[in-house]
Design a protein around this ligand. Structure first.
Ligand code: DP6
Length: 326
């Protein structure tokens, strides 16, 4: 039987992907850089079976239909086309992180789906090809294919074949930890895909994209030198630039909650007291506090003292991979 299981981690971007130059192919307006999050994992089994009438999907044991199934089916079509097969598939996917904790599962989900489906279909693809393929399902999934700290390059090819992510440092390079303040588990009113689609309506998107290249190289340099201070400055600048675009899009997107702002206001004080910590925020209210691992427990303690109900901690993690037969 054509079956395979794969696992992939979620990631947190230090330099953000926001807006596409080609929405259908998910070709980004700017390059981005991220870290895979160990422990925040999706495990997916794909089985192609001639006896099925149509694709089936279960997410954390619950049958999924509608838009979620559609998006998975469209992604499987790319892999079927490439492998020259026309078989329906059963997809069983589960996350090791609490679903509904506001942690995006599209990155780990589409990375695991891509690796499992390609393997089940008998395709023998290079990591770069897997990353470019995962990108078609969800842009940030391209960065969950390689391990550790990864960079998603723009690419030049019209078909997007060279818009993929590669590793710039292994997980062991820097013991940076993502201490995630989970502020709301509520489902996002406007998801990333829609958000990318309206990024260009903000007058600030052009300026954000123009500056992204310099911020990315500054971030890469700081990361490779393990220079926390420089890293912190550019990561916070980049997150704020993305949220400025979100807030000035039409319609405007405001993802922050009061507790989000309370954390942003507390961080400079914590830093002044000698705690090395900085923030980044995705398309939601959660605050990702980045700190060397030695300080993670203290950051968590302070977040809880501010009233943060749930805190998750994730160090850098490895590449997506096929899981041996279980
Ligand atoms: C704010 O990769 O979730 O997290 O391609 O539509 O699935 P789709 O979007 P997605 O966008 C991620 C946006 C972000 C920033 C980032 O991860 O770079």
């Amino acid at each position: 039987m054509l079956t395979a299981t794969a696992e992939a981690l979620s990631n947190i971007a230090f330099i953000k992907y926001w807006g596409n130059r080609d929405q259908a192919l998910r070709l980004p307006s700017n390059p981005s850089l991220s870290m895979n999050l160990a422990g925040l994992k999706t495990v997916t089994t794909v089985t192609f079976n001639p006896e099925f009438k149509e694709d089936r999907l279960t997410l954390n044991g619950v049958v999924a239909t509608g838009a979620a199934l559609e998006r998975v089916s469209r992604h499987l079509d790319l892999i079927r086309e490439r492998a020259g097969i026309a078989l329906p598939a059963q997809v069983e996917s589960g996350n090791t992180f609490p679903s509904g904790a506001g942690i995006a599962s599209s990155a780990s989900g589409f990375a695991a789906l891509t690796v499992a489906a390609a393997s089940a279909a008998g395709l023998n693809l290079e990591p770069n090809e897997l990353s470019a393929l995962a990108r078609r399902g969800s842009g940030s999934a391209s960065r969950s294919i390689p391990g550790g700290f990864t960079e998603w390059q723009l690419g030049r090819a019209a078909d997007g074949s060279d818009s993929y992510a590669f590793s710039i440092a292994p997980p062991t390079h820097w013991d940076l930890t993502d201490v995630i303040a989970v502020i709301s588990a509520a489902h996002k009113a406007t998801g990333s895909t829609e958000g990318h689609g309206i990024a260009d309506t903000s007058p600030f998107q052009r300026a954000r994209v123009a500056g992204a290249h310099d911020r990315l190289s500054a971030c890469r340099t700081a990361l490779l030198a393990r220079d926390f201070e420089r890293f912190a400055t550019v990561v916070e600048e980049d997150a704020i630039a993305m949220h400025a675009v979100m807030m000035t899009s039409r319609p405007a997107l405001l993802y922050w909650e009061p507790l989000t702002i309370a954390i942003l206001q507390a961080l400079p004080t914590w830093r002044a007291e000698g705690l090395p910590v900085c923030f980044t925020i995705d398309a939601g209210p959660n605050v990702h506090c980045l700190t060397p691992s030695a300080h993670a427990a203290e950051v968590e303690r302070r977040l809880r003292a501010l009233g943060v109900p749930t805190v998750l901690t994730a160090p850098p993690g490895p590449a997506a991979s096929v899981v041996a037969d279980r």
